[in-house]
Design a protein around this ligand. Structure first.
Ligand code: TXA
Ligand code: MG
Length: 348
């Protein structure tokens, strides 16, 4: 005879949200029917729709609660698909795509004439990326077209890095009869892609990510411009990527001063590289919670959004983030943490 515990567990299994799937065919079918499919990528989960279906793309905006002038990234299968979406592909952009795709790099290019402005926020450019995740590559191959996908979070929240995050964010806004969340496990990079504006003579980084400026310089042999200037990626305002908890930033040597300045807000969530010396008594006496203690910067990036989410789930009022060194993906982590600490706006 089953114990009550076993019965409850069994019922849970039967009523597990059918929207969650690991079946590529089910994701492809949903895209074909004009549904939304949350897709795993190496960076973060995206909320995808058939890029040629204006109604489906419009639903992405409604489900996210995102302003319509924010353009979306079109996900494609590889560099050879660039010509279908972009009008002009400068040599340096092709070199970056050849070297780094599939991978955490988005290229902004002049859009091909047929590319709907509902994808581009009305602009004459389109953002393109080839994601490095086996399930999503299989979906793109099976679907045979481009998939428009912003990060699968509600407007104003950090990007999801697991299928469970997507379910928590959007489960009540998706249609289980039509939409799907494709569970491909935790995202190995954990931060959104590096966005490179490739509409000019030189590459310009609009959003830092795991692909560093140095890599872009090495691969293109060109000086890479920073995000300042006329072109800006909407959704890269100073105040994006903020959780509810107050985020306080410090360099490793300033931890004690920062904790003193925070005062009484126990328990305080702490994120820091494992190499940062911290007084472990804080974790024992309960005045602090270790949200993330990664061994290296890649681990910091991977944990970052999950840790910020956990801070909110646990009702922490303050998170102290000890900044990683400002190089490589550390630069992108610092960028996101600065936005999280800014606290005025919302993430796209
Ligand atoms: O890693 C990523 O890039 C993830 C995964 C799902 O691919 N996607 C993602 O999408 O972060 P989203 O929509 O949350 O952020 C894309 C950023 C936005 O800031 C948007 O304004 C910018 O890309 N963007 C898109 N199209 C653009 C364009 N034509 N010109 C300038 N910026 C553009
Ligand atoms: Mg986003």
């Amino acid at each position: 005879m089953l114990s009550l515990g076993a019965v409850v567990h069994d019922t849970d299994a039967v009523t597990a949200p059918e929207i969650l799937t690991t079946e590529v065919a089910s994701a492809v079918a949903a895209l074909r029917l004009g549904g939304l499919v949350a897709l795993p990528t190496e960076t973060v989960y995206g909320l995808g729709a058939d890029a040629t279906n204006a109604d489906a793309v419009a639903r992405i905006y409604r489900v996210k609660g995102r302003p319509s002038h924010h353009p979306v990234i079109v996900h494609i299968i590889g560099a050879d698909a660039l010509a279908q979406w972009a009008d002009v592909v400068p040599g340096y952009a092709r070199r970056l795509a050849d070297a780094l795709w599939p991978g955490p790099l988005t290229l902004v290019l002049p859009r091909a004439e047929h590319v709907g402005t509902y994808l581009t926020g009305g602009a004459d450019t389109v953002a393109l990326r080839s994601p490095d995740h086996p399930l999503t590559q299989a979906v793109l191959r099976g679907f045979g077209g481009g998939v428009a996908a912003p990060s699968a979070n509600r407007f104003g929240r950090v990007s999801p890095t697991t299928a469970q995050h997507v379910l928590a964010e959007l489960g009540d806004r998706l249609d289980p009869g039509l939409d799907r969340i494709l569970d491909g496990g935790p995202c190995p990079v954990g931060l959104e892609s590096t966005i490179v504006d490739a509409t000019g003579n030189q590459p310009r980084v609009l959003r830092p990510g795991a692909v560093s400026t140095k890599q872009i310089e090495t691969l293109t042999g060109q000086v890479v411009l920073g995000p300042d200037g006329a072109v800006r990626a909407p959704g890269t305002l100073a105040s994006h990527y903020a959780p509810t908890a107050r985020v306080v930033l410090t360099e490793p040597e300033g931890v004690d001063d920062a904790l003193a300045a925070i005062g009484d807000a126990a328990p305080i969530g702490i994120m820091a590289l494992a190499t940062t010396p911290l007084d472990d008594n804080r974790f024992v006496d309960g005045s602090a919670v270790a949200l993330s203690r990664p061994d290296d910067v890649a681990g910091y990036a991977r944990d970052l959004y999950g840790a910020l989410r956990r801070a909110d789930d646990d009702g922490l009022r303050v998170v102290l983030a000890v900044l990683p060194p400002d190089e490589g993906v550390g630069h992108a982590i610092r960028d996101r943490l600065q936005r999280a600490a800014h606290q005025l706006g919302a993430a796209t």
